[in-house]
Design a protein around this ligand. Structure first.
Ligand SMILES: [Fe+2]
Length: 304
């Protein structure tokens, strides 16, 4: 295994094959899942407005990496205080803020297609974020106590909510790069069957995926709630799983009695760009790694 900080996957990130066989942590008619908020307070606002408008029995789960760009104490307090009012999983970012594993760096377990400079800048971002977290008034033990996987029930069906994949907090097996290969898709289908869940909802790999399998199963990855996900677009995405159809959806799938949809979070782009540059000016690590994506989206298109 590659031991470079930011490349490796700490052992504590892994979980057992029966991790999804236990009691469901929550049940709802409509479940929203938002991973990769990355400290974008305007995306958080857009998400909460959309969730508030949802009728019926509902739940919102933040499946990790809600912190990242919020590397100032007051900004981090605002994000942390709001998110922890809902169900939350810790991602690699929260894990490495609160209880850093030796040599994990940012804990991203970046695969080989991500360049060394990006990995080094991510490790520098997590250092600044740790300093801000320690200087804030937040109880970091609450972050380290968050679960790394939960099961939710929607319409009686089991939904496995993770940050990475079926085996690890920072696994990349639910990335579009892996699910796009026949071997990767077959492995994901085996993981769904083995885990006894109809849907896995993930986020860590930061690009969205919705991949359906026989038997009404699917892997859905919201990409990022707080950053653009497609070339030329400027909205985040959250996953919605419900017994009822969505009123508007960017794209979706019907799985038996469940509707799985990618919901656009059209946050105040101008306000966020201004705030981001205040937090991370030109030349800073996060600006160099992320500003192009924040402004123009990633080099990724929505497939038909
Ligand atoms: Fe992550």
């Amino acid at each position: 295994m590659d031991k470079t900080p930011g490349r490796s996957c700490p052992l504590s990130y892994r979980y057992a094959a029966d991790a999804f066989r236990g009691a469901a942590a929550l049940a709802a008619d409509t479940l929203w899942i938002a991973g990769g908020l990355y400290g974008n307070r305007y995306a958080l606002q857009a998400l909460l407005e959309a969730f508030d408008a949802e009728p019926g029995a509902k739940a919102l789960v933040f499946n990790g990496d809600f912190h990242w760009f919020d590397a100032e104490p007051a900004e981090l307090e605002l994000i942390d205080g709001t998110v922890l009012g809902f169900h939350a999983l810790r991602g690699n970012v929260e894990t490495e803020i609160a209880a850093p594993a030796d040599g994990a760096g940012c804990g991203c377990a970046y695969p080989e297609w991500v360049g060394d400079a990006t990995v080094e800048r991510s490790n520098a971002i997590i250092e600044r974020l740790r300093t801000a977290a320690r200087a804030s008034g937040r109880d970091l033990a609450r972050l380290s106590a968050l679960p790394i996987h939960i099961v939710a029930k929607v319409g009686g069906e089991r939904i496995g909510i993770v940050h990475g994949d079926a085996e690890s907090l920072a696994g990349w097996n639910f990335s579009q790069e892996v699910l796009g290969t026949p071997q990767g898709a077959a492995a994901a289908e085996r993981a769904l069957v083995r885990s006894g869940v109809k849907v896995f909802a993930s986020s860590h790999s930061c690009l969205p995926v919705l991949k359906s399998f026989p038997g009404g199963r699917a892997v859905v990855n919201n990409g990022s709630a707080g950053m653009p996900n497609f070339r030329g677009e400027r909205y985040g995405i959250a996953t919605r799983i419900s017994v009822r159809p969505a009123r508007t959806s960017r794209y979706g799938a019907r799985l038996g009695g469940l509707h799985v949809d990618a919901m656009a979070l059209a946050y105040d782009y101008a306000a966020w760009e201004k705030r981001f540059v205040e937090l991370w000016p030109e030349g800073s690590d996060a600006h160099r790694s992320y500003f192009a994506r924040i402004r123009q989206g990633p080099d990724f298109e929505l497939a038909a």
